[in-house]
Every structure is written in structure tokens, then in C-alpha cells.
Design a protein. Structure first.
Length: 165
């Protein structure tokens, strides 16, 4: 496939899935502007190396991998703690509908270690197959499965503890 065709396919792919990518980046950084910056950086990185992609079917997992790595790099570079008042936070939620509508679930997800959180988000919120999650994260399929199991167990315990309060 020619580079121009790949580029056109990639641009339409990004346009169709921009909200999903934004929510994925937002789930890492919890800040609208930072999430938008991550998406912009990810698209820039992807366009620079688009010629390396041989199969268009792999673009989805390839770009998810770029977004996740860019978000993690961003977090490493910008280890900041944001302190916000509840009123300020409520008025500055992201403009898109967040997939994590259940507050207790969102809170429990936020408390998960990153290695568990990312497999849950990719598998259940982004509806990506386990094999593709493994590919995106550069992990063995069995590692992804065990992290999913452990994450679900932790989430279940956290949600049960919230109900008891």
C-alpha cells in the first residue's frame, strides 16, 4: 500500500476514534489539556513512523500502543500532584461523556496500580481482545490474563468495601 493511502486511512481512523483516544489518554493523566497534548504528540509520532506499518489491520493496536506509551512518558516527565477543590473539579470535567459513570467504580479504578488499570481499561472499556492488549502493552497473553484476574479481584473487594461503608 502506498504511503498516501496509509496516511488517508490513518487520518480517517483518527477522526472516527478521537473520543476513544482522548478518554484513554485522560484515564492516565486526569487532565483535559494534558490528554489533548498526549493525543497530539501521539498523532505526530504515528505520522512520522506510519511508513513502518505493513498491515492496516494492525493500525488500531499500533496506535493504542503509541498513545499509552506517550501517556506513560508524560507521567514520568511530569510527576505532579494536582490539588483541586470539589467545585472546581465538577466544573472542569472532560467535554466528552466519560465511560466511567459509576463513581465508586471510577474511584476503585483510579486506586488500582497502573499495570492493572491499563489492562482493565483496554479490555473492558476499549473492548480490545486479550491478544491485542498483550500486543499493545508488550506482554505475554498469560500475563495479561493474570493481571485482569487480579485487577477484577481487587476491584470487587474495593467495591464491596464501599458498599459496607
Amino acid at each position: 500500500m502506498k504511503d498516501l493511502e496509509k496516511e488517508q486511512f490513518f487520518v480517517s481512523f483518527i477522526k472516527e476514534n478521537k473520543k476513544r483516544f482522548y478518554l484513554l489518554a485522560y484515564s492516565y493523566v486526569k487532565n483535559e489539556q494534558d490528554a489533548l497534548d498526549i493525543i497530539q504528540d501521539s498523532i505526530h509520532k504515528a505520522l512520522k513512523s506510519l511508513y513502518k506499518v505493513k498491515d492496516l489491520q494492525s493500525i488500531k493496536s499500533w496506535f493504542y500502543k503509541i498513545v499509552i506509551r506517550t501517556a506513560i512518558d508524560f507521567l514520568r516527565k511530569n510527576k505532579k500532584m494536582y490539588v483541586m477543590e470539589d467545585v472546581f473539579l465538577e466544573n472542569n470535567l472532560p467535554p466528552y461523556n466519560n465511560s466511567y459513570e459509576n463513581f465508586d467504580l471510577k474511584k476503585s479504578l483510579d486506586e488500582l496500580p497502573l499495570k492493572y488499570k491499563e489492562v482493565i481499561i483496554l479490555r473492558y472499556f476499549e473492548d480490545i481482545k486479550i491478544e491485542d492488549v498483550a500486543n499493545i502493552l508488550g506482554l505475554n497473553i498469560n500475563t495479561v490474563k493474570s493481571r485482569l484476574y487480579k485487577a477484577l479481584k481487587i476491584l470487587k473487594l474495593n467495591l464491596e468495601n464501599e458498599e459496607d461503608l
